[in-house]
Write a new protein. Sequence first.
Length: 339
Amino acid sequence: MRYQADSERYDGRMLYRRTGRSGLLLPAVSLGLWHNFGGVDIYENARAMVLRAFDLGITHFDLANNYGPPPGSAEENFGRIMAQDLHSYRDELIISTKAGYYMWPGPYGEWGSRKYLIASLDQSLKRMGLEYVDIFYSHRPDPNTPLEETMMALDYAVRSGRALYVGISTYSPEQTRQAAAILRSLGTPCLIHQPAFSMFNRWIEGGLLDVLGEEGIGCIAFSPLAQGLLTNKYLGGSIPSDSRAAKSHGFLKSDEVSAKRIGMVRRLNQLAEGRSQTMAQMAIAWVLRHPQMTSALIGASKVSQIEDCAGAVRNLSFTEQELNAIEAILRDDDEPPVW
């Protein structure tokens, strides 16, 4: 059946936020294709999730060259959805991809060299059937390549028409400040930073958010639900067969679903219920409470999860009492961050 987007997708169901000091607005909830959109997954389910997200006003879809598995297959599947369903809506979409992790053998298949970044972006465009991406990221800092070279490659991606904007991911506060200065000098501002951030991973509160505010750079948090821990999925104490923790290729390991963390989520869930929210909705709202935060980048394995997460925008405010109660629960967390 031919897809036709919901005519009410912009009628207030989604909130859009300005990205730093740029002219670009992003939905407060964006969809990432890190998991469940690869070649090992069911294509029709992936298609249904992307199309439902767009019908809910989620206009931003985030990918990377290595998303799958196998690597590259998430971009290939998204390319199929674009060609089949979303081609006529291209100008309504923000599509991002990244390069930095391992993609092919030899010395030019990962990290941050100009050689790798531009070759990878060309491959990504081909897989997705696109003339350009809206945002191209350096996926991780390279300890051996000069930062100037990596930033010059991002600048070239824009000047050559391959990307409209550029960003960085998982850069430290000081690396972010340096990258922003280099890009500014080249005439291609750093639009956005994509770090992991959730109640169980708060590293960006140690300086990065301040740098982003000072530099006028937007922020989009990945893993705001801590790979699914901050949902109702594990409240029963067991690991569901369809969860990330149960998959051999999943990023969340079963030993990370600890009894202590589940106990904390149960207490957080009671607070969420008092706010008339699901656990996932409160976790997303908590991430979005920072003024520097542009968007929360969710993952999903089924349509209902996207519908649930999109509903977070209906209540993004917290009382001081609620924030203090959340802090009291999180204060007991001494386990490693969940990425």
